[in-house]
Ligand binder design. Structure first.
Ligand code: G4P
Length: 191
């Protein structure tokens, strides 16, 4: 998605070879018009997949996922990163390890919000090692639904997540796919 790539080049800051800061339009301040365009692009990419529900992970996945759900006229479900060990009825959890943050958290879903037979479009802001997307997919499948697509705003394809998810058979579509970056440059994968 050209507009997104341009915003990354103009405003993003690679703080090292691994981490890109995009606080000014995605992770802290949010450019909702850009999110609306992102929603339209995800709709275009996934509209033939029979999607019935959009799912994301709090917090930074919410803006692009909400706009995608709006564009596709579908319900949105937000998976919680709960530290609670007290589970209410119908709540399912899975443990996710974050390599970036070097910590573990519990991803939580109340299965009332995802039905057996749902075809889910999973949306997230970043794809790095793929652990969050894998954890979310485990929960969605445990609830009896199918992950019919995974839409990623910014993918760092030099990290293992994209390859891992595609090898597992998931249809993953990144809108900006970074091949390589460092303090003074970002290079995208050529289509
Ligand atoms: P993974 O799910 O692909 O394995 O990624 P990982 O655990 O390594 O990433 C953990 C958190 O760091 C996620 O946010 C992810 O979005 C974010 N992240 C990963 N790489 C980058 C990057 O290059 N730049 C930025 N800005 N964020 C990155 P999170 O903890 O879920 O945070 P939030 O959604 O609550 O904001």
């Amino acid at each position: 998605m050209k507009t997104l790539e341009q915003r990354i080049l103009q405003e993003g800051k690679a703080i090292n070879r691994d981490v890109l800061k995009v606080d000014m339009f995605l992770n802290h301040q949010v450019d909702v018009k850009l999110m609306y365009e992102i929603g339209a692009e995800f709709k275009r990419l996934f509209e033939d997949k029979g999607i019935t529900r959009v799912v994301t992970i709090e917090a930074s996945g919410i803006a692009p996922a909400a706009m995608t759900a709006l564009q596709m006229d579908l319900p949105l479900v937000i998976l919680k990163k709960s530290h609670s060990v007290i589970l209410s009825t119908g709540t399912i959890q899975t443990e996710v390890y974050s390599f970036t943050k070097q910590s573990t958290y519990n991803l939580t879903l109340n299965s009332a919000y995802i039905k057996t037979g749902d075809r889910v479009l999973l949306i997230d802001d970043f794809l790095a090692n793929g652990e969050a997307a894998l954890g979310a997919s485990r929960l969605i499948e445990q609830a009896g639904a199918k992950v019919a697509g995974i839409g990623i705003v910014i993918c760092k394809s030099f990290q293992p997540g994209l390859k891992k998810l595609r090898e597992m058979g998931y249809a993953v579509e990144p809108l900006a796919n970074i091949a390589e970056m460092d303090k003074d440059f970002v290079r995208f994968v050529k289509e």
